[in-house]
Design a protein. Structure first.
Length: 233
């Protein structure tokens, strides 16, 4: 059983790495320009351990309590932890303690709390960009992003690295690319306008990773096509 899981994890990792590698090649990009993050929500800690042993180096989490439980239960510990879920302001302290990166910052107050509460190492932050500009969706509208970046960039003990986007699901490749292109362009514009050096774009999931890589993604958050379907909670 254990051996089968290790094989399963290696095979799944291999399949995704081939997709990533092909997409990077088509885009004329280098092999090491993208980090693969396993989006682990609802997956068993034992399965995550097998993926970690097979070579997965980063895990993304949507819920703080679930993440802490998984971290405690896992024996393979050489993992970089990424928080990719919605942030409640009363959870910023455990997020500082249990994560290396936060992808879903959407207001100044949250970043300020991280800056105050973070002890020791610097926390890497991404602002979640609402590229569809739908008021019901999480994230900051493109028109407000510049100002928020400038404010967060001033804070100590946090490092602003770029944007995360979760676009509306689209079947067509060209439609998938459009919001990712917008995120890339916004990053370039804000960097220029404020003299910042943001270098990270967290974009691309199971169904649109090729489009995201074509538009400059540096971090993929892959759940289903890596771990397999999520078990029902
Ligand atoms: C679940 C999730 C993913 C991964 O989605 P898949 O389609 O299963 O690859 C990526 N990002 C976020 C924020 C998620 O919640």
């Amino acid at each position: 059983m254990l051996m089968r899981n290790i094989d399963y994890a290696s095979n799944q990792l291999n399949k995704i790495r081939i997709r990533i590698s092909n997409a990077l090649q088509s885009a004329g990009r280098q092999e090491n320009e993208v980090t693969l993050i396993g989006a682990a929500k609802q997956q068993h800690a034992g399965l995550c351990d097998e993926f970690c042993r097979a070579g997965l180096t980063a895990i993304g989490e949507n819920f703080v309590q679930e993440a802490i439980a998984r971290q405690r239960a896992m024996s393979c510990t050489d993992i970089e932890w990424h928080y990719i879920g919605r942030i409640q302001s009363n959870k910023t302290k455990p997020i500082c303690r249990h994560f290396d990166w936060v992808h879903s910052v959407d207001r100044l107050k949250i970043a300020q709390r991280f800056a105050t509460q973070n002890e020791g190492r610097s926390l890497q932050l991404l602002i979640q960009l609402n590229v569809d500009d739908e008021p019901t969706k999480a994230g900051v509208g493109v028109s407000q992003a510049a100002q928020l970046c400038a404010q967060i960039a001033e804070l100590e003990r946090v490092q602003l690295r770029g944007f995360m986007v979760i676009p509306e699901a689209q079947a067509e490749y060209s439609a998938q690319r459009r919001p990712f292109a917008m995120a890339r362009e916004t990053l370039d514009q804000v960097n220029q306008r404020y003299g910042l050096e943001m270098d990270s774009l967290s974009m691309g999931m199971s169904s649109d990773l090729e489009a995201a890589i074509a538009e400059g993604s540096t971090m993929l958050r892959i759940g289903t096509d890596l771990f397999g379907p999520r078990p029902r909670a």
